[in-house]
Write a protein that binds this ligand. Structure first.
Ligand code: ADP
Ligand code: MG
Length: 703
């Protein structure tokens, strides 16, 4: 913005972050080393070390204008939470000192009782505590020192997204290191997950946003006739940025860079008023924190520029919704990307094992992958010919599929009698160039990473990664177990045989075709792939025996933790639709119907005046309009009554799953019928009668 002096990006970047560079400068060497060691080994810290770090952090933060500190955490609302405490403490002379201890850095005790706990609260104490996560850097924002933390109950049960995420990263690291050692890659000590999430969003005029209760309360429009022009011309994707948008994006980049969020790519998306931001990839834990910050800054910077940023998965009907592509890979502490085919056959064998291990994981736990992205908002997107279907499948590209087929069949025609090693030799040349990216696939191999495309735009990206990690850790563990007792000289054959088995067993999940077609839905059913269309269809998988077993074995969730999440998510779903139903009813009664009657009255008055002047005049045009509107008014009255009645009925259902199903089957259907009637009428009513902005206004308001 105008008032900020333009500094070079290299100076702006990370200027508000207690980064490695800052720690190196400000911490005594022994403290710095102890901290690094604690982070890399996942061990706890001495209080004396914490005290020294806290003192340095405080001095640094005060230098950047901070007066407060907060433990920053991610409760199961999917949002972030913070409670600010100032650094002040009383001084003997009646003044104040700025104080911050190691204890305050390491542990906080927020009252957990007002955060969702899905029943954990009943069995455990209401109090919870936050624990510093030194693997994600602290930062200063809004005069406050932000300390990333995990949030647990007093009994140690996870009440947040970070705790299971860290556990799942640990599980992947351990399982992968073991497997790599077995495959001969003996020096690796740790495996990190790398992640980059492409974030889609809408920007509409702030005043228009404020004028629609549905956007303010629900994040999406609940009715509205389509704009004469939508996205059919495909003229927005990668289009020239309008100056107001370019200003917003510039400002956003700068704010993110200050916080050390590596915003890299920005462009217009397919729908009008829709855009995307993609960061450079980072270690998963940090990438997840940074995605939360990105969403928050998008809203904040939008507000400054007179926009509202919509992160809902489906703000407008008949216009593409927004998703969040989750790019995921594995990187050793030696810097090797394990999904990079590499350039030598030995690396390729390792690549094929890792590749098939991930594919097997996704196939085996497809239902849980689906659950990990299930939300009321995302239900409008998945399977709606704009986002991947609700069926989880994997894209590997035709060439790689041919290789897998050849390995499976020992196909001498395709491989000219070559051994696995020799087939593998041809891999790197084409896999990396395989840019034919299938945009319709939910889980696509894109050269040296997998891209999970089902997450919705508002989702905390923790959940899908927790699930993928647990599934991959389990899959790698099974591969390890199958090979662990094989004598060394027989290992190459055993590995070859195992890859073949994995291909045979899991090729059903591989699909390179167009995922948007009905043919695929039929085909997927034949293959036995789950097609879980909605939240109430999907969620029960979370509390299946298979799910309990997976997450417990990998040390990610206890049965209680998982069960609590199941209830929280069901309840969230029902609550979201409840709020939508009530908002819709309110808006239609108080805003839409009066407009409809006003217009009808004016047409009737007009007709009466005409008739008085010219008794023989034809009134067919006016009559037609009044007929249409009064027909619509009747339908609206009927559907409104039904919606109100069913919404009340829904409130009486005590079983959580039955309630969610009722909201899905009955209330959403009522809303849909009501919407159709309102949209038909709205298309006839002139804009000046409507007390809220139309689709046309909102989607083309960016000038
Ligand atoms: P697209 O064509 O899907 O937009 P890009 O090449 O622009 O793909 O990359 C998209 C995202 O993938 C970026 O956020 C990038 O940081 C991330 N990415 C690239 N390599 C990796 C990797 N090895 N691990 C995780 N994410 C990665
Ligand atoms: Mg992408």
């Amino acid at each position: 913005m105008a008032e900020t002096k333009e500094l070079p990006v290299t100076e702006i970047y990370g200027s508000m972050v207690f980064s490695d560079r800052v720690m190196h400068e400000r911490l005594p060497k022994s403290t710095y080393n102890a901290l690094k060691k604690a982070v890399s080994e996942g061990k706890g810290l001495d209080l004396s070390v914490a005290n020294t770090v806290a003192a340095a952090m405080k001095e640094w933060a005060i230098g950047l204008g901070a007066t407060h500190f907060t433990h920053w955490f991610q409760p199961m609302t999917g949002l972030t939470a913070e409670k600010h405490d100032s650094f002040i403490s009383p001084a003997p002379d009646g003044g104040v000192l700025m104080d911050f201890s190691g204890k305050e850095l390491v542990k906080g005790e927020p009252d957990a009782s007002s955060f969702p706990s899905g029943g954990l609260r009943a069995t455990f104490e209401a109090r919870g505590y936050t624990a510093w996560d030194p693997s994600s850097p602290a930062f200063v924002k809004d005069h406050t020192l932000y300390i990333p933390t995990a949030f647990c109950s007093y009994g140690g049960e996870a009440l947040d997204h970070k705790t299971p995420l860290l556990r799942s990263m640990e599980a992947v690291s351990n399982a992968t290191v073991k497997l790599l050692h077995l495959l001969g890659n003996k020096t690796v000590r740790r495996v990190d997950i790398t992640m980059g999430s492409e974030q889609e969003y809408f920007l509409i005029d702030k005043e228009m946003y404020k004028a629609r209760k549905d956007l303010v309360f629900c994040g999406r429009t609940l009715f509205g006739a389509p704009s004469p022009k939508g996205q059919e011309m495909e003229d927005h994707y990668f289009g020239v940025l309008k100056p107001r948008i370019a200003d917003f994006m510039h400002d956003l980049d700068e704010e993110l860079w200050k916080l050390g969020v590596p915003a890299k790519t920005k462009h217009n998306e397919v729908a009008p008023a829709q855009h995307e931001l993609a960061p450079l990839f980072e270690t998963l834990n940090i990438a997840v924190d940074h995605n939360q910050l990105t969403m928050e800054m998008m809203k904040k910077v939008a507000d400054r520029h007179g926009f509202a940023c919509l992160l809902h998965e489906k703000p407008f009907e008949k216009v593409n919704g927004s998703g969040k592509h989750n790019n995921w890979s594995l990187m050793t502490n030696e810097g090797e990307n394990l999904l990079d085919p590499g350039s030598t056959p030995a690396e390729n064998t390792q690549f094929l094992v890792i590749l098939m291990g991930v594919i097997a994981a996704v196939d085996e736990y497809a239902d849980l992958m689906r659950v990990s992205v299930a939300s009321a908002g995302n239900d409008h997107r998945l399977g709606a010919n704009e986002a991947p279907p609700a069926i989880v499948s994997v894209f590997v590209g035709d060439e790689l599929e041919n290789v897998l087929e050849a390995i499976e069949n020992d196909d001498s025609a395709k491989t000219s009698g070559k051994t696995l090693m020799e087939i593998a030799h041809v891999l790197p040349t084409f896999v990396r160039d395989n840019t034919d990216r299938n945009r319709t696939s939910p889980f696509a191999f894109t050269g040296n990473k997998f891209e999970f495309r089902m997450p919705g735009s508002s989702l905390s990206v923790a959940d899908p990664n927790i699930t993928l990690n647990a599934a991959v850790a389990e899959s790698f563990t099974r591969i390890y177990d199958a090979l662990a007792d094989v004598p060394e000289e027989k290992l190459p054959d055993a590995v070859h045989g195992l890859i073949k088995d994995l291909i045979r067993k899991h090729k059903k999940v591989i699909f390179n075709g167009n995922g948007y077609t009905d043919d695929w839905i039929v085909e997927a059913e034949k293959r036995g792939l789950p097609n879980l269309k909605s939240v109430p269809d999907a969620l029960p998988s979370l509390i299946s025996d298979k799910s309990f077993e997976l997450f417990a074995k990998q040390g990610v969730y206890s049965k209680e933790e998982l069960t609590s999440r199941y209830y929280i998510r069901l309840e969230n779903y029902s609550k979201s639709i409840h709020i939508e139903a009530v908002t819709m009813s309110d808006m239609i009664r108080k805003a839409f119907t009066p407009a409809l009657f006003d217009y009808m009255k004016s047409v009737e008055d007009e007709a009466a005046a005409k008739k008085a002047l010219m008794p023989d005049v034809s009134l067919s045009y006016e009559t037609d309009i009044v007929k249409k509107l009064s027909g619509a008014a009747d339908a609206i009255e009927t559907y409104l009554a039904k919606l109100d009645e069913d919404t009340k009925k829904a409130e009486t259902i005590t079983d959580d799953l039955a309630s969610a199903r009722f909201y899905h089957d009955i209330v959403l259907a009522d809303m849909s019928a009501l919407r159709a009637a309102v949209d038909t009428a709205e298309a006839v009513i002139p804009n000046k009668y409507l007390p809220y902005p139309t689709y046309e206004d909102m989607l083309f308001s960016q000038l």
